[in-house]
Design a binder for this molecule. Structure first.
Ligand SMILES: Nc1nc2c(ncn2[C@@H]2O[C@H](COP(=O)(O)OP(=O)(O)OP(=O)(O)O)[C@@H](O)[C@H]2O)c(=O)[nH]1
Ligand SMILES: [Mg+2]
Length: 196
């Protein structure tokens, strides 16, 4: 680990269905949260420069465990998504317990990357998640995803509206696209800043 993280060394570590199964933190950790289908797995693959190290699926709600990846002595945590409409109450309860336990646990929360689709106003669950991170003083940034689906003008307009709605500092919001790579260098810079 020097002044930047070598993402080419990324590998899968393990998958956990319960927070109590996760070993203690042994290195800096970056976790990814957001609505189901928002692009968590895709942005991680983009960081790693890999097509499908983190499973991406066209069926939302696929990631139901907490999945750990590692690159250059930094852990990257893919958390299950929220807000998938066709989920049962039992599945929603399981999500809430898993995420609640995870952020309640005593870990190295160097950076939380909270993803929000740039095309839509943040949902109630996005607000709840970001209010929670803000209220509990987590070091977090918001990545607005799928920017390639909007024009530059629309991106700027949506970014301004979302920043205002979420009430987060402007410098904590990054416009990203896993398709074109927009914002990925900036995200890497923030990760390095938080972890090295
Ligand atoms: N155009 C575009 N599509 C994207 C982008 N990021 C993700 N997608 C697509 O959005 C869908 C969901 O992406 P995932 O990365 O699997 O989303 P996720 O947040 O991991 O979803 P869950 O694991 O179900 O919570 C896939 O079809 C991706 O190809 C992006 O930047 N641009
Ligand atoms: Mg996923």
């Amino acid at each position: 680990m020097a002044d930047s993280i070598n993402y080419q060394l990324a590998k899968f570590v393990a998958s956990y269905g319960k927070v109590s199964q996760i070993p203690e933190s042994t290195c800096p950790e970056v976790s990814f949260v957001g609505r189901s289908n928002v692009g968590k797995s895709s942005i991680m693959n983009k960081l790693f420069g890999r097509k499908n190290l983190v499973k991406v699926s066209s069926t939302p709600g696929k990631t139901s465990n907490i999945n750990f990846f590692e690159a250059d002595d930094v852990h990257f945590v893919d958390l299950p998504g929220y807000g998938f409409a066709r989920r049962s109450k039992a599945e929603r309860d399981r999500w809430a317990e898993l995420i609640g336990d995870f952020f309640d646990s005593d870990r190295s929360f160097n950076l939380v990357v909270s993803l929000v689709d740039i095309r839509h106003d943040p949902s109630k669950l996005d607000h709840d998640m970001i209010d929670y991170l803000q209220g509990n003083e987590f070091n977090f940034i918001v990545c607005l995803t799928k920017a390639d689906k909007l024009s530059r003008t629309q991106q700027a307009r949506q970014a301004a509206a979302i920043k205002k709605q979420l009430n987060v500092p402007a410098e904590n919001v990054i416009i990203t696209s896993s398709q074109t790579g927009t914002g990925i260098d900036e995200l890497k810079r923030r990760i390095a800043e938080a972890c090295l």
